[in-house]
Ligand binder design. Sequence first.
Ligand code: NAI
Length: 473
Amino acid sequence: MASEVQSFDVVVIGGGPGGYATALYGASAGLNIAVIERDKVGGTCLHRGCVPAKEFLETAHVRRTIAHSSDFGLSVSDVKVDFSVSQDRKNEVVDTLFKGVSGLLKGRKVTVLAGTAQVQADGTVTVLDGEDAGAVLKGTHVVLASGSVPRTIPGFEIDGSLIVTSDEFLDLRSLPASAVVIGGGAIGCEFASMLSDMGTSVTILEGLPAILTGCDTEVAGVVQRAFKKRGIDIRTNASVTGHTPASDGSKTTVHVEGGEDVEVELVVVSVGRRPRTEGLLADGTGVEINERGFVVTDELMRTANPAIFAVGDVVANTPQLAHVAFAEAIVIIKSILGESPLPVDYDRVPWAIYSNPEVAFCGLTEAAAKERGYDVIVKKDPFGGNSRARIIGETDGVVKIIAEKRADGTAGQILGVHMAGPWVTEQLGAGYYAVNWEATADEAAMLIQPHPSLSETFGETLLALAGRGLHVG
Ligand code: NAI
């Protein structure tokens, strides 16, 4: 017997940041919403991405702090690493947040169904498997929020022990003595940094001429130098061809074209993420999928089918960031409510990479600003002169601000704020407002930063940009 069709204002496929934010924001506006999730609400970000990875990076931070304790006259001996405790703590943090998201959905009366969903040509959504297999849902609007999965590369079959992606890494109970990280992007640098701080000997193999190619080159340079100082071996222009496991399976030798082999206990593959769109759409839905499998949308997140939107990592040509998905979810719900939202300005979203040193930025890099034809003024202030950075003993880093040069030669609108250094992911907020409020250098420079604080380096850079720095030239 065919299932009875359940009707909703919005049917959301996927319960990650894009999907659950669409549901929560829509439900708070009074819409009747269903979410279909085949695993757990919270998605990659909560269960296999941002949150667990940052928990491990915090473990690395604590270990680093202990390693420097003698600088403060505190002697700590016999420091042992039990990574399984960090895993358990991570699981606790994730579980608490998972209960929080589930509770919020329940509290706002969102219907959550378990299973894999598929959109049919007539616009209905069917649940193909799982606890709610066979359910058929009809939404006035459908939102595709099926997310992404780690990309893999030929010659490196993921086995969960010698060869892992971020997914498998998040379940390791102990850390290796040596590791290769393939790919020096955001995920690669976070894992390399964490492993190195925890005592693992790390080699990064990056195919391009530099690591963190999406970042301003000077900011990426700060990370590169700090990594090298800590003994991380960074090999760029490295093309990996495969690996040969030792006969006892305890190690493997990674082969690099035209370069030296590297023998390690673990290989972390972090070469980007691909969209999860296989089987998402039956034939005839009218939704366009590009050659790389991403869903094509307009700037208001609408697909080629007017009733179907897409949000988050599955969307083509947009940053794969949880907070971008949150913003897109709001755009979708406001569109559905007829509230004429502004599209997300992808050039000006905040980025945060939680390596040591951290990286955070917003707006155009110096190179991108010049490419777009801007005449620019650039000012930089290193953290070395910041009193709080000296106090905490973390002075590697810089704040760099790019502004448009006015006809009279002074600095006008702020185009980009780029930071590397201690706790910059917590400091970028001010830079984000400056860029997105389209502040000019002199307007932003008038604002006071507390003393002593790490944020003074941002304030100092602004003063210099506005013409006269207190401490910066
Ligand atoms: P990514 O695209 O940022 O970096 C992948 C790197 O791997 C690139 O530098 C690329 O040149 C390199 N690569 C690709 N194939 C290679 C090969 N065969 N050999 C050597 N190098 C190769 O991707 P990543 O780091 O995996 O992150 C995926 C997504 O997740 C990104 O879009 C990122 O925005 C997001 N993310 C953001 C984080 C953050 O902002 N803190 C943290 C984690 C992920």
